[in-house]
Write a protein that binds this ligand. Structure first.
Ligand SMILES: [Zn+2]
Length: 306
């Protein structure tokens, strides 16, 4: 989604919009950032006249394109960004500030006194009557700037290839060349950030792999432990089964002993009974003997005394 805003504006030409007027309608934070973009040379005006500006701004997350129009007493600004800043985004503010800077005659810009009092509205100084109105940035490019830029570009490309620090950029009068240098620097710093992020992610991945390795080692150790515990439990089960068998045999033996004891007791009882019978028989026999002796005595011949 693109932002499109419409503000009532009494200025007759875009060049008459000075920083103070822009600040008076803009959001404070957006104006502050827009001015910062201007000082960082992030604005590139593609085409401009008193009624319309086409431009591009290097934002924090990419390049955004703007169209700003002055029509029927309204300032209509469009930007390819999605910022909710009202009534104008930071990019459009930066473009208007840049356009005002370029539209202001150089002698006014050079005067420190004029810069020191920016609060004074002075629409008359904004443009010479015969100043070129289209592509205000074009006349800024000088051959010496181009030479400086090319001189800077060589070691810069080398530095990018080798991953070393980009050399200090020369100060150029041309807005376009400065914008290109800023773009190159921004891209390079972003690439470095991404490299750092990548290195960080790789380190994190290595950490996680090591952690995973430790976990799998622990798992293997646990599996081995479980296996040995299973083997132990099996041998215990076998032992318990052996003990049960022994117990069963012992119980059988005990029963046998109990049975034998009963048999022994009854045999003993029988023996005792037999012994009593024998006693009785012996007594009877003795009595019989005594009786036999007494009956036999008188019939015996008297032993001779001669
Ligand atoms: Zn914008």
């Amino acid at each position: 989604m693109k932002t499109r805003n419409k503000i009532a504006c009494s200025a007759e030409r875009l060049g008459l919009l000075d920083p103070q007027m822009i600040q008076s309608v803009a959001d404070g934070n957006a104006f502050h950032i827009g001015r910062q973009y201007l000082t960082e040379n992030r604005v590139r005006i593609v085409d401009a006249d008193d009624a319309q500006i086409s431009s591009a701004v290097i934002g924090n997350s990419g390049l955004y394109e703007q169209t700003i129009r002055l029509r029927d007493g309204h300032l209509i600004s469009k930007c390819s960004c999605t910022l909710p800043e009202e009534p104008m985004c930071r990019h459009c503010i930066a473009v208007l500030l840049e356009y005002h800077r370029l539209a202001t005659p150089r002698d006014t810009q050079k005067s420190k006194a004029a810069k020191a009092a920016p609060a004074l509205p002075n629409p008359e100084r904004s443009r010479e009557p015969n100043a070129p109105s289209r592509q205000p940035s074009a006349p800024d490019i000088t051959l010496s700037d181009i030479m400086l830029f090319i001189e800077w570009l060589g070691p810069t490309m080398q530095a990018i290839e080798q991953g070393t620090e980009i050399p200090e950029s020369p100060s150029l009068g041309s807005g376009d060349l400065s914008t290109w240098m800023t773009t190159i620097k921004t891209l390079e710093s972003r690439r470095r950030e991404h490299e750092k992020l990548l290195a960080h992610l790789q380190a994190e991945m290595r950490d996680r792999e090591a952690y995973l390795g430790r976990l799998s080692q622990q798992l293997q150790a646990s599996i081995a432990e479980t296996k040995s515990a299973q083997a132990m439990s099996q041998s215990l089960r076998r032992e318990v089964a052996g003990h049960k068998e022994t117990l069963r045999q012992l119980t059988e033996l005990t029963n046998k002993v109990i049975r034998s004891e009963g048999e022994i007791r009854s045999a003993t009882r029988e023996l005792l009974t037999n012994a009593t019978h024998l006693d009785t028989l012996t007594t009877s026999f003795q009595e019989l003997c005594t009786l036999l002796k007494s009956t036999a005595k008188p019939s015996l011949p008297k032993p001779s005394s001669d």
